[in-house]
Design a protein around this ligand. Structure first.
Ligand code: ZN
Ligand code: ZN
Length: 128
């Protein structure tokens, strides 16, 4: 018979648990939390697929995000110049855009607005 020493309040108390059964219960909780998160993530990916023909979030996460330095280049999605410290995203073709601009662009298209190269295909190639 396994006894629970005390109710778990915070993760930091984990070390106090030495009884295997209790530890198992903690791992079960952790696994459940992950399951919930995966479910949420799955839902949003499904929504993305249903709603549009853009780049799935899973691939968007692979794109390089950078902080803009000094530059007088401009973002060809919103046609504004990049400001210092703005978040920018670089596509596999090396073209850069504001992160927020390219995020919404890639929800409805998989192509770079500048050179029309296929972002999704390039990201899939990187995976191989
Ligand atoms: Zn922009
Ligand atoms: Zn491009």
């Amino acid at each position: 018979m396994i006894q629970v020493l005390e109710e778990r309040s915070e993760g930091q108390q984990q070390q106090q648990y030495e009884i295997d059964g209790v530890q198992l219960r903690i791992w079960e909780e952790v696994a459940n939390q992950y399951r919930q998160e995966i479910q949420l993530w799955q839902n949003s990916v499904d929504k993305l697929f249903q709603k549009c023909n853009g780049v799935p979030k899973k691939y968007l996460q692979k794109l390089k995000i950078m902080m803009m330095g000094k530059s007088n280049r401009q973002c060809s999605i919103c046609c504004n110049q990049f400001q210092k410290d703005e978040l920018i995203m670089q596509l596999p073709c090396k073209h850069i855009y504001h992160k927020s601009c390219v995020d919404s662009w890639l929800q409805s298209s998989t192509k770079c607005p500048n050179c029309r190269s296929d972002v999704l295909e390039a990201l899939k190639d990187q995976e191989k």
